[in-house]
Design a protein around this ligand. Structure first.
Ligand code: DC
Length: 220
């Protein structure tokens, strides 16, 4: 029998790192749904789509294909035949992804895809609406939170490690707060804790502590 673990929370709350590690330890599939919204954003920017034009959006969504593939033991995301794993983390994509992910048709397409993957595989899926909308009957639900300043610091370190230093810590903090606000207040599937989710405040936790707090509740 397959089982599902839903992990939601704002950006840099630790959810993706933890979802990835627990999926590996449990031998199940990891799905980064944020990466899917980011891949659609790459397509929107590449094709120079006007996101307020329904027809343009519909046509784009009809034409694109998003897939996860394993490359050298790492999960990569493809837009058609193009590996966009690095591109989806660019500042330009990050600045536009909230708006793209608020489009109804985009969410419908990706939610369908996410449900389909979860129906055939045991998954640890992370995002904003997994426990509330995508997999409301998930066997396990977690909601990660952390202080905005700590999250900005994490993002800063991540960027630094990848040689991306185009934003200061202050700018990142501001952006994170803005994006949280946007993601939490949008009309469709806002970032929200599912009633039955376990909250993990990761502000003062190490990654291993976060992983342990999740794994200690998994009985599969
Ligand atoms: O987790 P992330 O920063 O890669 O997510 C990128 C954006 O995608 C974020 O601004 C919110 C959106 N998103 C969403 O709306 N629903 C999801 N399930 C996952 C991400």
């Amino acid at each position: 029998m397959t089982y599902q673990i839903a992990i939601d929370g704002p950006s840099s709350s630790g959810k993706s790192t933890v979802a990835q590690i627990i999926a590996k330890r449990l031998g199940i599939t990891y799905i980064d749904t944020g990466a899917m919204y980011r891949a659609v954003t790459v397509a929107v920017l590449e094709e120079d789509i006007n996101i307020n034009n329904d027809e343009e959006i519909k046509k784009l969504l009809n034409d694109i294909e998003i897939q996860f593939k394993w490359v050298n033991d790492q999960q990569h995301i493809y837009l058609g035949s193009k590996d966009v794993t690095e591109e989806i983390r660019s500042t330009e994509v990050t600045s536009n992804v909230s708006e793209v992910s608020a489009i109804k048709e985009v969410r419908e397409l990706l939610v369908d895809l996410q449900r389909e993957i979860a129906s055939n595989n045991s998954v640890a899926m992370d995002g904003r609406d997994i426990g509330t909308v995508v997999l409301p009957n998930a066997d396990y639900k977690f909601f990660f939170t952390a202080d905005a300043r700590v999250r900005a610091q994490r993002r800063y370190e991540e960027n630094k490690a990848q040689g991306r230093l185009d934003q200061t810590l202050e700018e990142l903090t501001e952006l994170i707060i803005k994006r949280d606000e946007y993601d939490s207040n949008r009309e469709i599937s806002p970032l929200k804790k599912a009633e039955d989710a376990t909250v993990i405040d990761s502000t003062n936790m190490t990654i291993e502590e976060m992983v342990e707090s999740v794994l200690s509740l998994i009985k599969h």
